[in-house]
Structures are given as C-alpha cells and as structure tokens.
Design a binder for this molecule. Structure first.
Ligand code: CTP
Length: 411
C-alpha cells in the first residue's frame, strides 16, 4: 500500500470480504494483505459464481480466515451467522447486480446473502458489472434502496469494462475500496468538522521552462487529510505540484482536492476555503521566495556567460495570514521544518514559530528526520504549554496523533 495510506491501527478489528461472480474478483484478492497490513483480521465468503473466477484457496493462501463457501458445505451449523458475530464491517467487492437484488429484497438463498442479512454492522458495496446491467432501472432501484438503508457505495467507475463496452460499471479503484473498509471500522469522531490541509511544495516560475521549488513529497499532509476523512471530517486538500507520479488521494464527495502551483495560488485557494473550515493543518513546504519573472520565452544561456543572478521577492506566509484572519473556534496546526543539530534547538525553533505564526500547535521536525522519508520523528508543542517528543513513527501514525491532539484545542 502507498505509504501515506498505510494506517497500522486496526489491530483487534475484523473485516469480512464478500466476493461475487465478476471478472473483477481476481483484483480483490489483493485487499486481504492490504487490510492485514493495518492490523485487521480478514475473513471472506466467495459466492458460487465467484469461485468460477477465483478459488477459496486463493484467499486462504493470502491469509483470509475463515473463507466460507456455499451454504451447507462447511462443518459448523451457523456459518451464515458468523460474520455477524465476529466482523466489525463487511465489504462486498465486486458486488454484482444479483447480490444487490438479493440484499435489497432480504433474500437469504446463498451463504453471502444470508451472512449479509444477519449482519448489523456497516456494509460497503463496490459494484462491478456491464454498464447496461448497472443502468438497468431494476439495478438502479436496488442501489437506491440500499443507499437509503445505509449501505455505503464505492463506485462503480466509468471506462472500458472487460467485455469491451464502455460506461459506468468498472470496479472502483482498489485503494478506495481499501479505505472504505477502514472508514467503516473507524469511529466517526470528526463528523461535522471541515479540515483544510495544505500539502506538497509550491512551484515558482522564472521563465517558460525554469522554476524554483523544493523536494517536499506531500506525504505527511496527505496522511493527515486521509486520516481526517477516515474519521468522518469533510476534507479540503490544497496540493502543490506533487511530481509526475502524483500522490493518490480519495475521490469522494467528502474529500475535495484542489491542485495549485504557486504560493500565490495556494494562498488564494486556501483563503477561499478557510472561512468554512473548523481546522487548518498547514503542512505545505511553501516557497518563501519567488523569482522575479524573466518574462515570456526561455532565457538563453549566452546572455549570462559569466553566471546568472536572479532577484527574488518574498511570498506571503499562508499559515500566518490565515491564523490572523481566523474566527473563534478554528484550530490552526502548523509545521516547522528545521535544519538544526539537536532536540533543544528544534524545541526552541518550534516555540518561536508557535508564537510568531499565531498557531495553536506546531509539529516540528529536523529536516534529516522527516523530509522525503516515510516516517517522521517530531516534537509537538501547543499554546497551552504542552510539549511532547514522539518517537520515529510512520507518517500515517503521526497524522492520527496530530489530529487527536489538535481536537483537544478546539474550544
Ligand atoms: N508556511 C506557510 N507559508 C509560507 C511559509 C510557511 O504557510 N510562505 C507554513 C508551513 O506550511 C508550515 C509553517 O509555516 O506549517 C512553517 O514553515 P517552515 O518552512 O518551517 O518555516 P518558514 O515560515 O518558511 O520559516 P523559515 O524558512 O525561516 O524556517
């Protein structure tokens, strides 16, 4: 799993995966390991049709336990009730038109339908089918009924499907199904909050081909944005340019991604969102200076044979500007990336930024301990005088703890 999405905090939780008969069935085998990596236990049920595409052994070999097959095929008499007694959330992926019809009408004619009927926790449905089957009014009505009853839908996506038809019917991105499973396991303690996160570097253009930037990957900010969304918040991620491969973020009605390039654009977009936010987390490595633009075209090197001198102008401090403009109750979380030799120097720099920036809380790290790495060793201080040094932890774990702390600062 991509490092900003690996939340290893689901020990003691169990997800039940229901697999139906669709060519996309082979894809979901991958979910078993991904969820297990978070600490969750995974069990599975394959419908008879699913077993034509993948085998129960595939899921058993990957560590799902137990793996249920057809009704009356197992030894225990109450297998149809077991996920209802042991699992905390159920994910049906791929979900066919037929399973949706069975769920909508309370059928219990096969193992998965019976298990779903006897399950009173959250159920995620990730449909995959031919676009005409998906668009059929019967399927649409069943989906609407299930949504109304609280089933959580992920996808289907649009595009080319296996039978070469084009339209809506593709299984959603596996990462989104993975996260939907985790969200179903997560107490929605940030429901009603709107969290704005700035992340990544900014890019300041000089001529038509050259720009000034830095090596921020945006991983820390992305983990915070996803963690807040998993906990039920509405999220606005204001992203600087995140490189050719980008950084995958969930495509969901409660997760808004705003791509910007320069510090000026990041300030403009953040200012637009900020009045509606309850919390702002400023992780972006904003360029403090921008080159005075050369003007149109490409600067030719023979114009500066003896070396090049470029003038820079200061950029606005986004965190400081928005902290000044905040209304009551808005929590401001800042970061401090410091090239300092030791923990004492880091603490001093964090305390200075806490008051200079007007933040409620500053998360500081030495550049060598966090920049461009999957983990981070941070020192945290807040306006109430609390301070802590955390051990080196993966960024998603740091993200969760930052949100826990920031929530205590809301008045
Ligand atoms: N920040 C910001 N806008 C800027 C510069 C920084 O919003 N123009 C935010 C960062 O997102 C971070 C915090 O301010 O939350 C501190 O950023 P950092 O780079 O550590 O410090 P600077 O303010 O840039 O100061 P210096 O480079 O002198 O340490």
């Amino acid at each position: 799993m991509e490092k900003h999405l690996l939340f290893k905090r689901f020990g003691g939780k169990r997800l039940h995966l229901g697999v139906c008969g669709s060519i996309a069935a082979f894809k979901v085998a991958d979910l078993v390991h991904r969820w297990q990596d978070t600490g969750a236990a995974v069990s599975a049920t394959l419908t008879e049709a699913a077993s034509k595409f993948v085998t129960p052994l595939t899921f058993e070999a990957l560590g799902a336990s137990p793996v249920y097959r057809a009704m009356f095929s197992g030894e225990a008499p109450f297998e149809h009730l077991e996920p209802g007694q042991t699992a905390h959330a159920m994910v049906i992926a791929p979900a066919t038109a037929d399973i949706m019809a069975r769920l909508a009408h309370g059928r219990a004619c096969d193992m998965l339908s019976a298990q779903a009927l006897a399950f009173d926790g959250p159920v995620v449905i990730a449909p995959a089918m031919n676009p005409r089957m998906w668009q059929n009014p019967a399927t649409q009505d069943n989906a609407a009924l299930l949504r109304e009853r609280g089933f959580i839908f992920v996808g289907p996506d649009s595009g080319l499907v296996a039978c070469h038809d084009e339209g809506q019917g593709r299984l959603a991105d596996l990462r989104l199904i993975y996260l939907a499973g985790l969200k179903a396991l997560t107490p929605q303690d940030m429901e009603g909050e709107t969290v704005m996160v700035t992340l990544g570097p900014t890019r300041e253009t000089w001529d038509d081909v050259r720009f000034w930037t830095n090596g921020s990957t945006g991983t820390m900010g992305a983990s915070i944005a996803v963690a807040a969304w998993l906990r039920g918040a509405e999220v606005h991620a204001v992203c600087g340019p995140l490189g050719a491969e980008g950084l995958w973020l969930p495509d969901d009605p409660a997760f808004h991604r705003h791509d910007v390039v320069s510090a000026a654009q990041m300030l403009e977009k953040s200012s637009e969102i900020w009045p509606s936010a309850t919390m702002g987390v400023f992780t972006a490595a904003v360029a403090d200076f921008r080159p005075v633009p050369y003007g149109g075209g490409k600067f030719k090197k023979d114009k500066a044979a003896d070396g090049l001198h470029v003038d820079f102008l200061p950029n606005a401090d986004i965190l400081r500007t928005l902290a000044e403009e905040r209304s009551e109750g808005q929590v401001v979380v800042g970061f401090a990336a410091e090239a300092v030799p030791d923990a004492d120097a880091l603490a001093a720099a964090v305390q200075y930024k806490l008051s200079y920036k007007g933040a409620d809380m500053i998360v500081g790290n030495r550049i060598a301990d966090g920049f461009g790495r999957a983990s981070n060793r941070v020192y945290v201080a807040d306006v109430q005088g609390r301070e802590e040094q955390w051990p080196d932890m993966a960024k998603p774990q740091v993200a969760w703890k930052i949100l826990d702390w920031a929530r205590t600062l809301a008045v």
